[in-house]
Design a protein around this ligand. Sequence first.
Ligand SMILES: [Fe+2]
Ligand SMILES: [Fe+2]
Length: 127
Amino acid sequence: MLNEDLKGEIEAILTYVKHFAVIKECKISRETEEISLDEMRHVEWLASAVVDLGGEPAIDHMPLNFGGNTVQDMLRRDVELEKGAVKQYEEHIVAIDDLKLKKLLTKIKSEEEEHLSKFSGMLEEIS
Ligand SMILES: [Fe+2]
Ligand SMILES: [Fe+2]
């Protein structure tokens, strides 16, 4: 489960890096860059947790879908990724018994909820 979460984080990082590089609206680009850095920290936490359990961190990702070419399309894709992340963390928090890991995933999930609200807010602003 932690490795599945890790892969989702890597997918988000790569998607957001492409988006912040191509989006010309400064505020949206900078905000997307900030969020990609949060996801990088999530990768660090999850990879360390996998290693602590004696596993090997999955540095891998699903085929990338960057959304369409407009800023709206990209933000819609970002919203979709964050919604998926929140849902997956919710399921994993329920499924995992270890309290320390539950706490870690809960902390990450709350940051994903913040990201979701930021991306949704930016999408609303420009729509
Ligand atoms: Fe994340
Ligand atoms: Fe996120």
